[in-house]
Design a protein around this ligand. Sequence first.
Ligand code: PEP
Ligand code: MG
Length: 909
Amino acid sequence: MEVLQEVKPRVYKFGDKKADGNSTMKNLLGGKGANLAEMSSIGIPVPPGFTITTEVCTEYNSLGKETAVNLIKREVEESIENIENLMGTKFGDKVNPLLVSVRSGARVSMPGMMDTVLNLGMNDEVVLGLAKKTNNDQFAWDSYRRFIQMYGGVVLGMKPASKEDIDPFEEIMENLKEKRGIELDTEFTIQDLKDLVFDFKDAVKKRTGHDFPTNPWDQLWGAIIAVFNSWNGDRAVYYRNMHGYPADWGTAVNVQAMVYGNMGDNSGTGVCFTRDAGTGENVFNGEYLINAQGEDVVAGVRTPQQITKLGSERWAELAKVEEEDRIENYPSLEELMPSIFNKLNTYQNKLEKHYRDMQDMEFTMQDGKLWILQTRNGKRTGAAMVKIAMDLLKEGMIDEKEALLLVEPNKLDELLHPIFDSKALKKANVIAQGLPASPGAATGKIVFFADEANKYKSSILVRIETSPEDLEGMNIAKGILTARGGMTSHAAVVARGMGKCCISGAGALKINYKTRTLKVDGNEYHEGDWISLNGSTGNIIEGKVATMEPELSGEFAELMKLSDKYAVMKVRTNADSPKDAKIARSFGAQGIGLTRTEHMFFELDRIKAMREMILAETVKGRKQALKDLLPMQREDFEGIFEAMEGFAVTIRLLDPPLHEFVPHQLATQKDLAEEMHISLQAVKNKVAELEEFNPMLGHRGCRLGNTYPEITEMQTHAIIEAALNLKARGIVCKPEIMVPLIGTVKEFEFQEKIIRTTAAAIFEERNDTVEYLVGTMIEIPRAALMADKIAEKADFFSFGTNDLTQMTFGYSRDDAGKFLPTYLEKGILKVDPFEVLDQEGVGQLIVIGTERGRSTKPNLKVGICGEHGGEPSSVEFCYGVGMDYVSCSPYRVPIARLVSAQATIKSIK
Ligand code: PEP
Ligand code: MG
């Protein structure tokens, strides 16, 4: 019997309050497509259209263009017919034409990263039909010139010739404006627009050697393929790598009936947010332009007006515009078109409630009718993210667990960066004012080109406006300043997404790319000059302004408290000094998971004693040098114990290879020889003797303590004495002594014996005791496999995933930089395993190590102290393994606390 195989659709339709898809299908339809379907189903007016799935993008990438097109041809044709029926128009028709937009849409929003084409379906005949039908020649020809411009850029590769050049179509327009003595695009006459269309097509022919395509179907397939290609374009690849999004996600393609914001003064377009994306304040806000289309608002070509009256008043205050002038020339949408505003306000409320999160929406008004073109969970700064989550909770829109899950852990990082010192700000020389597009404090040297952002250690990228090509430079720069553009310009949206300080629309700035200068109020600033940006006020300040440490307060503190209510797994910190321990404690660390004792040896007087110890030829000589180090170490430990009063502190015995401590330059070798009264040759000999082919796999870790037991003895002395001293002062401390890099049980046993004997002798001598643990790091694969045997002896395990990753992959930590970037580029590895724990491989050793360890000691305390201990996906994994704690650098403690809570919530969901 023949079995009919069900064919999975590759194209999903939406429109007229119906849809094939819904908002849960983001992986298949992309974020935009899934939300368009959802909006259509819940009765929001969206222009009808269809979505080609992300899977087709992947098919296109593996099977090629011809096969991919064949796979979807019939469905695309049917879907166009569906739009035609709903709109009562026809694709390519000379009398009653349907025009469409073609947009990309990945499963996560990547603002400006991929491409959009509007008004597709235009040609020399269609434009006449459209003009006649709408009785609006201006609109029809304006739409046509925009189409050629976008299609030329996106599909036909008409880009600026060099970075100092502007877009070739913009150049033609600028020349015409100059000739005609006009400033704005809206001032073009019908004849100007016809001339532009002619000149644009001519420019395309000259640059590409081909005529501009006239057949609407050819145009449509060209645009669909261009969107697929844009997934692998430089911008998208960079954005994907930055966020760790895999290449095989692909992008969907959304094709939608055009609605027109450029049909005259009763039409327009805008972008709005249900709450403030910079601060999180619960105020509806956004920007619009009358008689404009699609990208005009985001591209920042004309500075747009505010949607709400409140927003408009705030804007006028910043821009120093008088109230009368504001009402006359810059009215809000609320004042200009109250009924449209009311509808928009109703939709924004409905959508925020529906999605239970802040929404970022795009809309178009066509001849007095409002259409919503897109909604998505809005990008926001770290501060806004925290405030919005806590506000939605207080408003009862979401519950505690949802509030915690709404916060993206890595973005908390932004709240932990320095802010401007308020005293320094009072003295600051403010040279200009722009829009506070993305809050924060940034100080750096001026650069004018994105690809030069790394010219200085700290740079501020100063642009007339930014474009998606500038992404990489924006990421490197400390802050972004633009002369044009509003709060929803590309620069503003992207900067907020990155949590980067940004000021936009600073109209007083005169930027000259050719001379690399910035003029304002008669002063001139050059590339390399220092400026500072206060992204919270929009103040542009001359020179460098001092910064200070942030603190956990307000909603951030509330969020952390809520996290601790749900978190089961504890968060400790990696800290090597009392200062770091104090910072970590103020961020909520519950103990120290790793103190790398060697870091204490690098300071001036200590390195000398350390070198003497290394150069000593006899045990006696070594002991003498160690004796000098003892009081210094003891003092350090006392400081750390005190800062962490009441919490456990894990101190690791000396770990790095000794060659790291000896001088490698002739001059310092000579100094050392002189100081130690030995010959230069003796120093040189010792340095040569310590040289290793693979120091990371050489004489380090417990191998040092086992060959030079006096080092372990001295360190135990310092730890136990420090603890006793604190006890005498009434301060509770819980030392945990950790043996590094063991691979065999015996290695641990030898060290443990030295530690316990030394401690016992001190207890006897001082006639006092403290409780302490002796545990080990698990960072060699063999140790993970032998964990049951090791746990019979050790009090605790701490996974050193830096070394465990090194040894499981066989990638040297010191040399991986030579090939890892290529591996990531080629997709051989999806992410850097030294940053994100390799759960499939290294993670399995952690699972085995923990299970085997607990098979012989059920209550074995287990933690992690490698760099992964502060990386969200790795922390979640550690919770799944059943670890008692993760330990990370002080600034990642709040992130790990949140992830720990999120992991608990996800596991009980
Ligand atoms: C580790 O290997 O993960 C670890 C924490 O130790 P270190 O980075 O000091 O080798
Ligand atoms: Mg290690």
